[in-house]
Design a protein around this ligand. Structure first.
Ligand code: HEC
Length: 183
């Protein structure tokens, strides 16, 4: 049988321990204070600043530049391979998938009789008028860049040397082609 004195001692010890733990809790939370987040959830890393200027688009070499050392013979072979499935090369020849490229240099854009051109090539024809060397250069380099909804399903030839050769070949099959401008 524990007497009341013994009982008080035990209760005192228990209370003291509880007080100590409470104090420890308060004390530690005052040291390790976690700031309340402004928003619920995890902070995700912010997207990299988008203010940095986008790299300037690489300037397309001019037709004069890429034609300076071009070779129409090499161009004939390249054109037959890259364009021949869709284009004939004789003036007045019937359209295949695309219109003939005979006499294309100096020809009005989107003017082959009976061919149903895309609206964007027809739109281009209003401002650019004829296929000069630089229009051909940019269209062959990037057909969709030149005429966004073009029907010409060709990814473009980014190789300056080969593009120069092909344009030199197109010039050789175009009786009314103007002289190539000096680079
Ligand atoms: C997959 C078929 C295809 C290939 C390959 C192709 N073309 Fe075309 N090309 C077309 C079509 C279709 C059009 C009509 C485009 C339009 O209406 O937007 C066209 C239009 C053109 C025109 C404009 C003709 C005009 O009357 O205004 C030129 C120039 C041209 N192509 C050059 C080339 C050259 C050069 C190559 C090869 C490097 C080539 N194409 C490869 C299908 C093709």
């Amino acid at each position: 049988m524990i007497d009341s004195y013994e009982f008080n001692k035990i209760m005192g010890a228990v209370l003291g321990t509880l007080l100590f733990l409470m104090f420890l809790g308060l004390f530690s939370s005052s040291i390790y204070h976690a700031p309340k987040p402004k928003m619920a959830g995890y902070a995700l890393p912010e997207a990299a600043a988008t203010t940095a200027a986008a790299p300037a688009a690489v300037q397309l070499a001019s037709a004069a530049q890429i034609m300076a050392s071009a070779d129409a013979g090499r161009g004939a072979a390249a054109a037959k391979q890259a364009c021949g499935a869709c284009h004939a090369f004789e003036e007045g020849a019937a359209s295949k998938i695309g219109p003939t490229l005979g006499a294309i240099v100096g020809r009005s854009i989107a003017s082959a009789a009976g061919f149903s051109y895309s609206s964007s090539l027809i739109e281009r024809a209003k401002t650019d008028k004829v296929w000069d060397y630089d229009h051909l250069n940019s269209f062959i380099n990037n057909p969709k860049g030149y005429a966004s909804n073009t029907k010409m399903a060709f990814g473009g030839d980014k190789n300056d040397g080969r593009r120069g050769d092909i344009i030199a070949y197109l010039r050789s099959i175009s009786p009314k082609a103007p002289p190539v401008p000096a680079p």
